[in-house]
Every structure is written in structure tokens, then in C-alpha cells.
Design a protein around this ligand. Sequence first.
Ligand SMILES: [Ca+2]
Ligand SMILES: [Ca+2]
Ligand SMILES: [Ca+2]
Ligand SMILES: [Ca+2]
Length: 397
Amino acid sequence: MIKKISLNLAIILFILPLGSAAHYIVGIVENAKDGTSANGQSIVLWNPAVGIQENVSDIIGPAGNSRTNNIYMIDCELLPSGCNVTNTLSLKVINNGDNYISQEKNVSVGGFGYDIVENITLNSPPNITLVNVDDSITSPQNEIDLIPAETKEVICSAIIYEYEGEESLINATGRFFDNVQSNYDSLEDNNEHYRNNSCLIDKNYGGVNEAAVYCSFYIWYYSNSENWNCTIEVTDNLSISSRGSDLSFINPLLALGVESVVTFNLTKSDITDEAILDVTNYGNVKINLSLSGYAFEQNDGLAMNCSEGEIRNIPVENEKYNLTNSNSGDITFEEFMISYKNLTSYPAVNKFNLEYRKDDLLNEATKSTYWRIHVPDGITGNCQGNIVFGAVRAPGD
Ligand SMILES: [Ca+2]
Ligand SMILES: [Ca+2]
Ligand SMILES: [Ca+2]
Ligand SMILES: [Ca+2]
């Protein structure tokens, strides 16, 4: 290797004009360890005492001053403030847009017409492979099932090969976003974009050049049902980053919540006051409602069973609902019949169009439903019954 340098320098010196006032800073840039050639990269020379804004550059290899593979040659006298013996100058390969750069090297200006700089090696960006994003259930692959009213952990992982060694890995971040409604640079939003700015780097994984990266995301139940993209970005000690990504589908989640107990009050007439039951969408699709009722078991034809009296059962059709309008106050039997719809033993699907939650701060995905019961003569005591609420995916979601 040393022999090769002296040979190249002999050629360089031969072509230097005699008596020139130039002072050449010369050196070798070795190809990156991933095989990328140093030829064609730009190298800059500056005096750190003055600042890098004042610099001279060269192209490494045949296209530059040296006309020789991997070698650069810069006349430091071309620096606006010149160069003198005992000056210490700095050099580095700068980013041409392909993310190949080098660390800085220093050289002292000597009394001869040239100085040789210690070899520079082109840095390799971290190489990201095997990006994978999924929840804890990995079969079938690439499907994420959310949990009603809660968050679900999604893990995005990757394998990194760092040519300068695993200790050169400084930071890993991840973004998980709806690949249709959002993108890598969009803002965070629980419906479509999540970020993890400090993912775990496991250097124990593999050999000295390998590491595994794990990014956790806690995904809310109202995240869009779409293809989602996880992109992991890994940064090395020269602040050079690489990205890798994987897709997974978030399945539709049909879920709703209602209060577990509602009380119907009977005051003046044999029709109860209006009871209000709020229905909340705890999934990620627009829903309609399926409704049915029973007293003891499904399909028993009853709305309620009562503790006292001659007749102890209320037929299912005596319980009625309105899914859009409240009709509060005292009403006549005719108004009751017109304004409300009969509950049935078999589930009946009703248009409800309850959108899923979009507001990250406040749960707005709630709508009221209105209920009354006509209580037949001869019933006293306490009555108990069940209403079964089901979520059905609404058309046009
Ligand atoms: Ca590197
Ligand atoms: Ca899965
Ligand atoms: Ca390792
Ligand atoms: Ca939102």
C-alpha cells in the first residue's frame, strides 16, 4: 500500500509545474466498506481557524485534479486566506446527495511543496433489512386487530448492518402511518399517524456489525382501517440516516358501548317516561344498530319480567325506541305508537350512521337513543329485561 502511494505521488509531482507557488494537499480516499467507490465524490479543504465557509474542493479520482483513482489533490494556496507552514488544515468528503461522506482529517502544512494526508475511508450508511410490522398475533401475517375502547401494541422491527461496527449506531426512530390518508411527514394523529422517537437498538443481536431495532406503537381503537406503513430510520455516528419500511393492514373493528343499566320511570300514565341510552362507537368503522330484547332468554317474546302482580311479563313489542328524535314529557298512547318503533325478539337492523371517533382529545362518537315502555294493567313491583345492542357496518363507510 505504501509503495502504491509513493508511485502515485511521483506521478503527481512530475506533472506539477516547476517553480509553481502552489502547495498541494494530497491523499487517498478509500472506497466505502459497502463497495461504493470514492471516485466522483467531493472533498473540501478548509482552515478551521478561518471557518469552513472559506474552502477549496476537488473531485476524488479521474474526474478531479489527480486524474487517478481514489486520489485527490488540492492547492491550499487557493484558499482566500492562503496557507502557511505550521497551519493545520481540515478535510472531509461532503454529501453530494447520496449520503456518502467521511470523517474529518487534519493535516499540517509543511515546508515542501506538498503534504500527504492520512487515508480517509468513505463512510457507509447503515443498511436496513427485514423490516416487519405486526401485532402480537403473527398469523395471518400483516393484519392488525384493534381492541375496542383501548390501545393495541404494534411492534415494528428491523435488522441493521452497520459497516463501521454496531457502536457507530447512534439513534433509531419509527413512524407508523395510514399509507393512504397520511405519509411519513404528516402530523401525529391517533386516526392515522404515530411516532416513536427512541426505538430500542439491540446490539447483542448478530455479529459486531449487526443490530436489531424495535419500535413500539400503542395504536388506538379508532385508527383507520387501511394499509399502514412502518418506516424505521437509523442514524450513524456521522449523522447519516437510512430508512426501511413495511406494510400491514389494520382490520375493521365493529364495537359499541352503552350504559349497562337504564331505569324506566313510571309516573302518571301506563307509559314510562322517556329513557335515554347513549351509544358510543368503540371501533373504526361507521355503524348501524341491530336491536333485540328478551326477559329470560333470547327469543322469549318478552321485554321484561316483573316481581309482583297478576301478569308478570311485559311483551317485547311494548318496549319501543326512536333512534333519531326525543319526544320528552307526557305523551298519549297514539303518540307513543307513532313516534316509537317496536323492539323485537329477533335482531332488527336499524340505520344509525354513527361515525367512528376522529377527535383525539374528546370522544365525540356518541349518539343518543330514546326508549319507552307501555306497561300493561295488573303489573306491579320491579321489572327487569334485556336489550341487545349490536354493531353492523354501515354502508358508505
Ligand atoms: Ca456508518
Ligand atoms: Ca397480526
Ligand atoms: Ca450485534
Ligand atoms: Ca384524529
